[in-house]
Design a protein around this ligand. Structure first.
Ligand SMILES: *Cc1c(COP(=O)(O)O)cnc(C)c1O
Length: 248
């Protein structure tokens, strides 16, 4: 089903964006931080390009996508000079080459192998690719990411790769009903970052990419510098069946 892009839809989007921005500012203030320290990545996966364009016109410039093909199609038709695409989804190493040229950074580096492949592609393209190490803090089986205990050892190797620029850590918290339940997950990622600052000194570990629609205020209170927010901006995503229909 194609969505109608009425003025009404623009109003809803503007209201959502204003709400997310003020929620970010309030959470930052509670934590004694500046709202400007926090980057909002608008997660536009499954959403049509018209909506992304509308969000861009309302002032958002950084968009998160989890599929290489979907993102490169979108970036192919809408490419103002100051737009940034962040890869936030699981990346198979055989698709790693395709992130170069579309994405400005990859949040989901979950193994040394993937880092090495990305490094090769970045070298070939003559650039230095910003990346985050994805950590599976909660230990959920279904989640991608490095085990917290192995992160320092993997990080020691990754920071040596000349064509990658490690920005910090990323995690996805489990789905819960009360966001307070995932506060320990965010706190653990921040503590791991503090440990890495001692153990892997080649990198300053500036960023923590954590917090989504259901939990980004808590993530900010715990030190997030980047939040990845989809539904609170663009509305609910279609179920998988519809989604297939929508994206093809
Ligand atoms: C989909 C997704 C998001 C955004 O989730 P919302 O609940 O829509 O805010 C953030 N991060 C990752 C890795 C995602 O896959």
């Amino acid at each position: 089903m194609l969505e109608k892009h009425s003025l009404n839809q623009q109003d809803i989007l503007a209201t959502n964006i204003a709400h997310v921005r003020s929620t970010i500012a309030a959470a930052a203030q509670r934590a004694g931080r500046q709202p400007g320290e926090i980057t909002l990545v608008a997660v536009s996966k499954t959403k049509p390009i018209e909506l992304i364009q509308m969000a861009y016109e309302l002032g958002l410039t950084t968009f998160g996508e989890n599929r290489v093909q979907e993102a490169s199609q979108k970036a192919g038709v809408f490419h103002p000079p100051d737009i940034h695409w962040h890869m936030i989804g699981h990346l198979q190493s055989n698709k790693a080459g395709k992130v170069i040229g579309t994405f400005d950074c990859v949040h989901s580096v979950d193994s040394l192998h993937l880092a090495q492949i990305l490094n090769q592609h970045a070298a070939r393209a003559g650039l230095r690719l910003p990346i985050f190490l994805q950590v599976n803090v909660s230990g959920e089986q279904s989640k991608e990411g490095m085990h917290p205990d192995e992160t320092a050892e993997i990080a020691r190797h990754i920071v040596q790769l000349p064509n990658l620029e490690v920005q910090g850590l990323m995690t996805i918290a489990p789905q819960v009903t009360d966001p307070e339940q995932v506060r320990p997950v965010f706190r653990a990622l921040r503590q791991l970052r503090d440990t890495l600052r001692q153990k892997v000194v080649e990198c300053s570990w500036p960023h923590l990419s954590m917090g989504m629609t259901d939990d980004y205020p808590v993530a900010i209170e715990e030190g997030a510098t980047i939040v990845r927010v989809g539904r609170a901006i663009f509305g609910e995503r279609a179920s998988k069946g519809e989604l297939h229909h929508e994206t093809r």
